[in-house]
Design a protein around this ligand. Sequence first.
Ligand code: GLU
Length: 444
Amino acid sequence: MSYVSEVYAELERKHANEAEFLEAVKRILESLQPIVDANEELYRRNALLERFVEPERIITFRVPWTDDKGVNHINLGYRVQFNSAIGPYKGGLRFHPSVTQSILKFLGMEQILKNSLTGLPIGGGKGGADFDPHGKSDAEVMRFCQSFMTELYKYIGKDVDVPAGDIGVGGREVAYMYGQYKRITNLYEGVLTGKGLSFGGSLARPEATGYGLIYIVDEMVRTAGRELAGKTVVISGSGNVAQYATEKAQQLGAKVVTLSDSDGYIYDPDGIRLDIVKEIKQVRRGRIREYLEAVPTAKYVEGERPWGIRCDIALPCATQNEINGTQAGQLIKNGCWCVAEGANMPSDAAAVDAFLAAKILYMPGKAANAGGVAVSALEMSQNSERLSWSFEEVDGKLREIMVNIYRNVSETAARYGYEGNFVVGANIAGFEKVSNAMIAQGLV
Ligand code: GLU
């Protein structure tokens, strides 16, 4: 048995009930095969892969809170501190009913490689709770966030572990958690990123994941001798990533025609009106179907995702496994020639295989959506030096980081004989730095 298969078989035995995590590890290990083959003896001697697939630490705790009617609830809270070889644990918190330890381990594993790709000194972590913020009052969300932080504060710190947002955790939740951390510890430190501008947040952080996605798409498309201007773009999701990807794509002259939420998608052939979407999502916290109240010429398709709409470029920005093999085939058949992932692992294994087989430009999430965590790391730097940089400065650095990620991923793929395969390129490029640090630091 190959080293990769041995490690995977052992992991499957130990964590048989963690389907999402096992699937993610399998896909990552498979694409690391070329670098493992080249270094097998060294890696085995250092138990490198065995260590790479096990989190350094997982904290699980209960989160008690009381709703507005006085009824008590208990949710499950987690922080997966996966890998600190190249920096303090860094990664978002997800509040969603689907959150389990398996999902957070899969996201944590992705985060290690993504954070490494940014070129900044951040390790990998992820956390969250099976709490659903939808339909909850501000006061309920505040009490939940305070209770969550009352347990989590013991394990985090500006040089230890720096959480941020993810699905269900935005500026409001980060602010409530920051307030509670400060109250308990009496420390005014950059322990969370994605904070408000008046208390240590970075300019361009809300925009960063979406803008970064378009910056890497722009670089990839231009390298292939094409351009974004005039192209039709299909986007899924309507949260922070989808909104700012739409904004930047439109600024660069592309036409975005869809957005979605978990209920369905909107199709506006005239181009999405982002001001309306921002009002629905950021002000009213409403559903995407409400777009039709303002733009009656648009279409709303209940219960479906937008992958049947003809486009040049598809940007999945909602959640994991939102494109399957059939839908990927449909996109390709309709002429889509570029896919880049704003969400974490939105394409399932069959979809990725379809994109690679069709040899379209395909940039996986750990590279394409790294702009968010990259600007989080820039927020950490600003907090440490007690300064705030201008929007232009942060945005300029973000752009440079995304261009560097593209070059690194593409050069690494070519160096291992997989030219144009950015899955292999991203996984190996991310892994190289982490594995070197792990080996240098000895058996820890
Ligand atoms: N949740 C985001 C991600 O998946 C951002 C994490 C962060 O800023 O720490 O990368």
